[in-house]
Each structure stands twice: as structure tokens, then as C-alpha cells.
Design a protein around this ligand. Sequence first.
Ligand SMILES: Nc1ncnc2c1ncn2[C@@H]1O[C@H](COP(=O)(O)O)[C@@H](O)[C@H]1OP(=O)(O)O
Ligand SMILES: [Mg+2]
Ligand SMILES: [Mg+2]
Ligand SMILES: [Mg+2]
Length: 407
Amino acid sequence: MASITAVARLVHINPSSKLNPSLVSATKPLFTFFSLKSSYSPIVSSSAASLTSSRAMSYDKQLIAAKKAASLASLLCQNVQKGLLQSDVQSKSDKSPVTVADYGSQVLVSFVLQQELPSQAFSLVAEEDSGDLRKEDSQETLQRITKLVNDTIASDGSYKVSPLSESDVLTIIDCGTSEGGSNGQHWVLDPIDGTKGFLRGDQYAIALGLLDEGKVVLGVLACPNLPLESINNKNQNALTKSSSGCLFYAQLSCGTYMESLSGSPPVKVHVSDTENPEEASFFESYEAAHSSHSLSGSIANKLGVKAPPVRIDSQAKYGALSRGDGAIYLRFPNKGYREKIWDHAAGYIVVAEAGGVASDASGKPLDFSKGRYLDLDTGIIVTNRKLMPAVLKAVQDSLKEQALPSL
Ligand SMILES: Nc1ncnc2c1ncn2[C@@H]1O[C@H](COP(=O)(O)O)[C@@H](O)[C@H]1OP(=O)(O)O
Ligand SMILES: [Mg+2]
Ligand SMILES: [Mg+2]
Ligand SMILES: [Mg+2]
């Protein structure tokens, strides 16, 4: 086991940092209490219950760290997406794709959070683990990830640390194996949400949330390919324009904000306030295998929704909904698929703080306190408060019809 060299170190923010300037100026010089020598060992909580928390507390420090982590991970993902190689993509045991960028993003987020919040116990529930990378035929992939991570840290210039070794990278990836739960604080990370969209050159998100006593208290969604302008169904060619990407963030009781990943001033966003389902447009997965398009079609018909669905990948749907690009997001995966908390935590609070609401098909709010999986009934509905009763009824009627044996 690698050992920690605990040395207080002053980290100066380099003015030439490539990150969003608002993040850099907000991040004052700070002390970190470990330095990275030849090996790396994470600050891991021995027990979630040992984490202190208070419902009345502010999460400002965590929010600054989370924005910085997601922004740095976005830089890595954008660089990889520009020149993606066949060898950058692997298949996981569940047959879903994973790329060097998924792993690199997870390492960067975990690294930045621990650097920025050195005095806090660290617990992370994240999607990726190092199992496949420890296999012999993954040596080249691991080297590529290590280089990508070190290049990104060096190009940003905020952290004066020695380059991470391959073994450090594996250790940092495995910081994400926490089980979460209802005690203490846990970060929740999807390092690339929508890997299939990432591979197509379409939408994806770096999604980072924080749970405190089982509740999502902050969320950051970096969407590097999402334009700042609306992508509602009248303006879908906005999706094909090049963009510097959007960063959405929300903290409990503080609202939801959006800024560009290149550092425009933040604007407060709000969900659509339409009460009329006929005017509402809806989002659903691009991938039909992730959510039943026919069920959403039947729900939309019942509601009288006129516009065709906007199909995009990832939690970018939650971001777009939080600023009113559409009013309803429906997600009905195949029977047997278990939703994970990292696929919804950040998006959930981004929408909730923008005035929206998310529930399962029985109308129960999403519960993030049960570990790595969400325990829910059938599917997920996200909309504004006024539309929720009508959408819920249409969902339940459509599900009943679907359950009837066809004549
Ligand atoms: N069979 C599946 N059904 C539903 N969701 C899936 C499935 N396979 C992967 N996912 C996850 O769905 C999310 C993206 O879906 P969508 O774009 O449809 O919203 C991602 O979190 C993706 O994981 P990943 O994070 O690995 O991309
Ligand atoms: Mg995945
Ligand atoms: Mg995901
Ligand atoms: Mg993912």
C-alpha cells in the first residue's frame, strides 16, 4: 500500500491557468496537507459516520472545488474527443463502452477535490474502477490515461505536484468505490455521462454531486458540447454549432446557475413555467435502448404534446430542462435495468433548484440515500411543478395500457 507523505504545501493558483477565470479568482491560495511524491495514497474516510455534517451548513467551498474539478475534467474530455483513437475505447463487462477520457476524468475530479479540500474526509461514489486497467493487455491504455491526466494538470498550472505514476492513477480511480448511503457526506461522480454520445461527437456531461445525510446538496454538470443558447425543438441546429460548452451548478436553497466553460459570468436559470402540456416539449435519450421511445410517445400523445421530442445524450437533458429549453424529461429503461445514483444526482439538484421536480413513476421523489443504486418504480419523470400532476397521470395510464395483454 502506498504511503502518504503528509506535508503542508502552499499551492498558488497560476494566473495563466486554462480554467474558467471565475473559478481561478475564487480559488485563493490554499494549503494542501499531502504532497504527491513517488506514490499516491488517497485521504479516505474510515467510516462514513465519522464525517461531520450539518443541514444548515453552506457548501460554498465544496461548490468551488466541484466546479474546478468538473472544468478541468472537461478540458481533458474535449482534448480526447478532438482526436479520439480506436484504441482509446474499451468495452466493459456489461458491454457498455468506456474510454481513456472516462478514466482520465474520474482521476482528475478525484485529484482536484482532494487537493482543494484537504482537511475534509473524502468519500466518492463513482462509476469507473481500475479492474480492467490492471489487466496486462491494458498497459498502453493506462500509459495514455496517465499522460493525459499529467498533461492536463500541467497545462492548467494550479497544482505544483510531481507527475502521477501509473500506480497513482489506478489508486485514484479506486477512490471511487464508496457505497454512499444515508450517513455523512459522499461525492457522487459520473466522469463521462453519455459515453455513447461522447463517441459520436454529440452530447455528454461530467456530472458531480454531493450527498449530505442522503440528500443531494450540490451539483455541477459540465456539458462541453452544449451551446449556451436554447436547444428547444425550434432551434435544434444550435446543437450542431461549435460551442465552448456550459457549466450548470446548484447548491441547496441557492438556485441554479449556468456559465460557459470558458468563463462567461453566471446567469440564474429557471425551468419553463408552462402549464399547458400542448406547449411543452420533451427530452428523451438519444439511445432507444436506454429508454422506451414508444412509451414516451404514448405519454406525449395523452398529454397533447405537439412538438417532436428532443433526443440528446446524458444529463445534458437535466441542464437543458433547468433553463427551460423543454419542459418534460421522460426516462423509461428496459425492465431489469437498475439506475445508478451518479446518472441522476447532479442533474436532480440542478433541476430542483431551478424550480423543477423529479420523481419515479409512482410520484415518489428520487432517493439517493440507498447506496450506489436508485431504488425506484419503473422510470423517471422530470418536469416543472405545474405540469407534474398531468404528466404523472399520463405516465400511469400509459403504463397500465402497456401492461394489458394485447387482443
Ligand atoms: N441499457 C441502458 N439503459 C439505460 N441507461 C443506460 C444503459 N446503458 C448505459 N446507460 C446509461 O445511461 C446514461 C446515458 O443515457 P442517456 O444518454 O440515454 O441519458 C448513461 O449514464 C449511461 O451510462 P454511461 O455513463 O456509461 O454513458
Ligand atoms: Mg459508462
Ligand atoms: Mg452515466
Ligand atoms: Mg459514465
